[in-house]
Design a protein around this ligand. Structure first.
Ligand code: CYC
Length: 162
């Protein structure tokens, strides 16, 4: 698991270089956006349950087949598994936002996920829709909390989606 600073240092150390202009610019922009990243994490933390609930409701309204017989989120167990997965995506997105680095998503969420989903018949397209719905809700709430430009919030959600 790495953050913006450790990953930059690792790169420079591996070639024995001092931190150059590019490195310093990267560090400056990471630290300059630090307060906003923490604010975004605070918003997610304070509203996680309602964000997941709202996103789930929107997802099942947009794609109602998911919760009909034959749908992958049909039966209470699978419905709950789906909301639990959404909660995982949200929590790990908050970590990646604070870290300013997407490594944690590869390591803890995405590795092997496609294979797991394929073997269980969990449809990837609708999962992507769910993650994008959460992105929209989080962005709205982060902006409402007074963070000027919440564009940085997109990054972990878009990363998982890709
Ligand atoms: C299942 N989701 C699973 C499983 C895993 C994950 C491992 C199989 C084991 C289980 O049921 O618990 C995902 N586990 C994760 C992730 C992590 C992890 C991401 C990292 C922290 O440890 N079905 C839909 C929707 C979608 C959905 C589109 C919700 C967005 O139709 C999710 N995931 C879903 C469902 C299951 C599942 C329904 C249960 C499938 C089954 O058992 O038939």
């Amino acid at each position: 698991m790495r953050d913006a600073v450790t990953s930059l240092i690792k790169n420079y150390d591996s070639t024995g270089r001092y931190l150059d202009r590019d490195a310093l610019d990267t560090l400056k922009s990471y630290f300059a956006s630090g307060t906003e990243r923490v604010q975004a994490a605070a918003v997610i933390n304070a509203n996680a349950a309602s964000i997941v609930k709202q996103a789930g409701a929107q997802l099942f309204e947009d794609i109602p087949e998911l919760i009909r017989p034959g749908g992958n989120a049909y039966t209470t167990r699978r419905y709950a598994a789906c909301l639990r997965d959404m909660d995982y995506y949200l929590r790990y997105a908050s970590y990646a936002l604070v870290a300013g680095n997407m490594d944690v998503l590869d390591e803890r969420v995405l590795q092997g996920l496609r294979e797991t989903y394929n073997s269980l018949g969990v449809p990837i397209g609708p999962t992507v829709v769910g993650i994008q719905i959460m992105k929209g809700i989080v962005k709205e709430q982060v902006e409402a909390a007074g963070v000027g430009d919440a564009a940085f919030v997109d990054q972990p959600f878009d990363y998982m989606t890709r």
